[in-house]
Design a protein around this ligand. Structure first.
Ligand SMILES: [Mg+2]
Length: 245
């Protein structure tokens, strides 16, 4: 039975800049693709900016209106790639199998040496400490552990920006039932409307829906994937995630 460790670097580009440039730490700041273009959008926002409601996709002009002293920083892709490579180095020291899902998200298979929640928690704390040691304290890393990539990711989303959530197989599926449908990766506003139109309003209803109901709700072309992964806690939800991405 496999167990997955999911690392997500939060506000990644903004945190890299705050790490590289200490004068930006503790300040509301955004990263933009091009400097001196007021019509462009933020591609990352620091946690100080997020606290003001500024986020990825917010236009520079609108962000400045909210926060006149906002720092606007031009993106430096090579710098972010260097941090990505450093993160990969750290993970490679702890895991044999790593799936890179994006520049700041990675899923790693946990070795069968770590069989208990305590052992997994110890491992995760060590990996997180190594990440901060290597990349810097300015970074934000949330970690989730669960029985598949989807559930490990959802677990990691529970405590942002720097938390650690371990879902043992005994915790599931109950741990999911406190969540909103929009908390699940792959479900955004349009999908939410579709699900609601099919009578699925809670994660419990989604989990308990039979495959025909899911097929109907999800629409044609994606339905086969919904049938995937039987006999695993949250397996059906993993399939939904696959169908949605
Ligand atoms: Mg991220």
């Amino acid at each position: 039975m496999s167990r997955l460790f999911f690392a997500d670097m939060n506000a990644f580009f903004a945190s890299c800049e705050q790490q590289e440039r200490p004068e930006l730490r503790g300040k509301p700041m955004i990263v933009v693709p091009y400097a001196n273009m007021e019509t462009t959008c933020a591609i990352a926002a620091s946690y100080e900016a997020k606290a003001l409601g500024i986020k990825t996709g917010t236009r520079v002009k609108a962000a400045r209106k909210v926060c006149p002293q906002l720092e606007v920083v031009e993106a430096r892709p090579q710098v972010y790639l260097d941090y990505h490579t450093a993160l990969l180095d750290v993970l490679n020291a702890h895991f044999v199998s790593i799936q890179v899902l994006s520049v700041d998200e990675m899923a790693c298979r946990i070795s069968c040496l770590h069989t208990t929640t305590e052992a997994e928690t110890r491992l995760a704390r060590q990996v997180k400490a190594d990440i901060y040691h290597r990349l810097g304290e300015g970074l934000h890393c949330s970690v989730g552990i669960g029985p598949n990539v989807f559930l490990a990711k959802v677990a990691g989303d529970r405590q942002k920006p720097c938390g650690l959530t371990v879902w043992s197989n005994e915790d599931l599926p109950d741990a999911l039932f406190d969540l909103q449908l929009l908390d699940l990766p792959g479900i955004a506003n349009r999908m939410l409307l579709r699900l609601e139109a099919h009578g699925i309003r809670t994660v419990r209803q989604l989990y308990e829906a039979d495959s025909l109901a899911l097929k109907r709700a999800w629409g044609r072309g994606r339905s086969a994937l919904v049938l995937d992964a039987p006999g695993q806690p949250g397996g059906r939800l993993r399939a939904i995630y696959r169908a949605a991405v």
